[in-house]
Design a protein around this ligand. Sequence first.
Ligand SMILES: Nc1ncnc2c1ncn2[C@@H]1O[C@H](COP(=O)(O)OP(=O)(O)OP(=O)(O)O)[C@@H](O)[C@H]1O
Ligand SMILES: [Mg+2]
Length: 353
Amino acid sequence: MAGLTLERATRRFSADRAAVDQVDLAVAEGEFLAVLGPSGCGKTTLLRLVAGFERLDDGVIRLGAETVSAPGLHVPPEDRRVGVVFQSYALWPHMTVARNVGYALEVRGLRGAEYQKRVDAALGTVGLADYAERRPASLSGGQRQRVALARCLAMDPRLVLLDEPLANLDVHLRHAMQEEFAQFHRATGATMLYVTHDQAEALALADRVAVMDGGKLVQLADPRTLYREPATVMVAGFIGKGAVVPGLVLDGHGGHATIEVLGARVTLRAPAEARPGPAHILLRPEALSLTAGDGIAATVRRIVYQGAQNAVELAPAAAPEQTLHWLAPADASPKPGDALRLAVADGWVIPKP
Ligand SMILES: Nc1ncnc2c1ncn2[C@@H]1O[C@H](COP(=O)(O)OP(=O)(O)OP(=O)(O)O)[C@@H](O)[C@H]1O
Ligand SMILES: [Mg+2]
């Protein structure tokens, strides 16, 4: 399979706003990249640009070494060898599973042994070899999605694009299918671009995640970096749980900074360029713990029982309009209205825009 490069890729549906706005992105050969962001941020448009269903207004898209989109150049979708799997599986109800998988090959004039070999291999890869003669109506949602995946594989694509392929499935099946996608990726070594608005899905599946906001790519990083070092307040709020609160950087030194936050003075992780002054601070629930000493004074607002632990929402005394999240061990049982102090073991100073 081939890698994918976007340079300043831009698509405007109206004069005043770009749905995809100057996106620079390089996906390595064999990489599983998730594109994540809220509804309307431009994920599907980005994917349609790569597939060739949309034309670029500006910029360049390359598949491997081949330029497929540029000003004055547009390779049509059928000549890109890009496989696309949508949320709606778009299977032909009157055709068998095997014929659904092979139909595009048939249209291309493939017949006989080569045709059969490609269909069998694709069905084998997704674990549906025994379902070849069934019709889509007699399959589960997850199995139908696997037929769509096999159909895309049979075309021997250079790149596989998936647009929220699990959005139609219930929570339980989503988890099972996530594992199948991961396995599919390991088995095929395919370069994959996987669009989702589910951050847990993106973090679980992808080598790297591209977060989009308002048509722009705001951060491209591996899941751990995205969680620990979000580039913007939007990313911090979108990935994982936590509170983004106002703080004051007193001084920065070698990736750390001394911060005054919600009445406590703490040392947290910070970008190398952090300078004294006001900043947004990200505090994750797992970094807070009960203390008898110095810490953030807060009042318990709400407790959600979660079995092994309790999710606790608190109002900090220094800024009661803010909400802190803390994971309290099951044996610590605070009650709404309790006043307590929280030590801060870790946190992140969000970079200035
Ligand atoms: N064909 C079109 N004509 C005009 N505007 C469009 C068209 N397609 C998309 N848009 C607009 O472009 C923006 C991005 O849409 P897009 O479908 O890419 O978002 P998305 O991130 O996939 O959202 P969702 O998570 O809801 O699927 C939206 O504001 C949308 O209304
Ligand atoms: Mg979409």
